[in-house]
Ligand binder design. Structure first.
Ligand code: APR
Ligand code: PHB
Length: 394
């Protein structure tokens, strides 16, 4: 089988890239190792930057997002007995974010895909990418019990942190920068009204807590826990009690922790990772295949969207002309924005979490940083600009 663009991975990066290329008349084949039900039900992030919302709308996949998504104008920070709201529109010239789960974006992309675009093969596991530095790169993959090959003009690895595409870049030119954090997140979904009508990020001596949501009746809540925590050690009541203690809502007007049936209980490790370059020959990396951010800054999905938006433009240029100018600039263009998001995610994470190695000195530095965000419009604007998302070709 031959295709113009072979895509490994049917997560948000792979699915959106296929949609953008289909809209430009470029044929693709997407290989996804898991089945559709697994891909559509993986609990992941829930915040769409303004740029992501715009890309989804222009790609023709934003209708349900616009009907069901929740537009948010800010977030609340809680620390040292105080609370401070960071208002996005006044600090960014009108930008906001959309609360709309990644699982819903994936469902919308798959539903649209089944109507009119190139093959999306579930249960198709890429084994290797070969001939990356030729004009006919090859994907070897396993599907329906048989090893098969897909010859391509271009290959894009959208296969996440554990994918194979990264191996196509020779170790002699591939560098991975990484950091593992000394804590994880315990995340739950709850059939319970959200704590507040905006997200609450809470710094507390007991550890970080985040109150988010999925719908007006479903909450998404996170607690900082030790690495290696077993979710079974956190029965529902213990989770609710700890959220209560860390969010310290104590009767604030309009803010209440409603308890409800808990599902999707999982422990998420926290790491930062960037692989450079994001291209070798005719093989490109996009999304988690190239970079990982700790979830505190809600950047993972949005970086995947910005990567494939930049790459789609470059592939359209190369496909329609002799110019490879944008393809040649792809890696550097994306990495500039990736490193900015890595720094923002690192700063949000290290400012808000209790690090067991911290002395009281470092904790005072955290509180000083949070106080600065509360009193300085400049500091708050820097947070708001990064949170709502820098321009895609930043
Ligand atoms: N062959 C085929 N598919 C593969 C292979 C393989 N060898 N390895 C991994 N995959 C698939 C995974 O099953 C997954 O569906 O690639 C997909 C990668 O999707 P994601 O991990 O979601 O990565 P990405 O599309 O870049 O989206 C990034 O997803 O994980 C979150 O926090 C992350 O929000 C961010 C977003
Ligand atoms: C979520 O709703 O899942 C979410 C929101 C904000 C974050 C991380 C996760 O920073």
């Amino acid at each position: 089988m031959h295709t113009t663009v072979g895509i490994i991975g049917g997560g948000p990066a792979g699915l959106l890239l296929a949609r953008l290329l289909h809209n430009a008349g470029i044929d693709t084949v997407t290989l996804e190792s898991r089945d559709r039900a697994h891909v559509e039900n993986r609990q992941r992030a829930g915040i769409l930057e303004q740029g992501t919302v715009d890309v989804l709308r222009s790609a023709g996949v934003g209708d349900r997002m616009d009907r069901e998504g929740l537009v948010h104008d800010g977030i609340e920070l809680r620390f040292d007995g105080r609370s401070h709201r960071v208002d996005f529109p006044s600090l960014t010239g009108g930008r906001t974010v959309m609360v709309y789960a990644q699982t819903e974006v994936v469902k919308d992309l798959i539903a649209l895909r089944s109507e009119d675009a190139g093959p999306l093969l579930f249960g198709a596991r890429a084994l290797a990418v070969e001939d990356a530095d030729t004009d006919r790169p090859l994907i070897r993959y396993l599907h329906e019990g048989r090893e098969q090959t897909l010859s391509c003009d271009y290959v894009v690895g959208c296969d996440g942190f554990h994918g194979v595409a990264r191996q196509a870049i020779p170790t002699s030119i591939r560098t991975t920068y990484e950091r593992t954090y000394p804590y994880s997140w315990l995340g739950i979904l709850a059939e319970a009204a959200p704590v507040y009508d905006e997200l609450i990020y809470a710094h507390s001596p007991r550890g970080f807590a985040l109150a988010s949501m999925r719908t007006p009746t479903v909450s998404r809540l996170y607690l900082q826990v030790d690495n290696g925590t077993d979710p079974a050690d956190w029965p529902d009541e213990r989770i609710w009690d700890e959220l209560d203690a860390r969010l310290a809502l104590s009767g604030d007007a309009g803010v209440q922790l409603t308890r409800g049936a808990v599902s999707g209980k999982a422990v998420l490790p926290m790491r930062s990772s960037v692989t450079e370059p994001m291209r070798y020959g005719r093989v490109f990396l996009a999304g988690d295949a190239a970079h990982i951010v700790p979830p505190t800054g809600a950047k993972g999905l949005n970086l995947a969207v910005s990567d494939v938006t930049v790459l789609a433009r470059a592939l359209v240029q190369a496909h329609g002309s002799d110019s490879a100018e944008l393809l040649d600039a792809y890696s550097d263009t994306c990495l500039r924005r990736v490193w900015r998001a890595e720094q923002f995610s690192y700063e949000m994470t290290t400012t808000l979490h209790h690090d067991p190695a911290h002395s009281p000195f470092e904790t005072r530095l955290q509180l000083s940083r949070l106080d600065r965000l509360a009193v300085s419009g400049h500091a708050a604007a820097e947070l708001a600009e990064n949170y709502t998302g820098l321009p895609i070709d930043y």
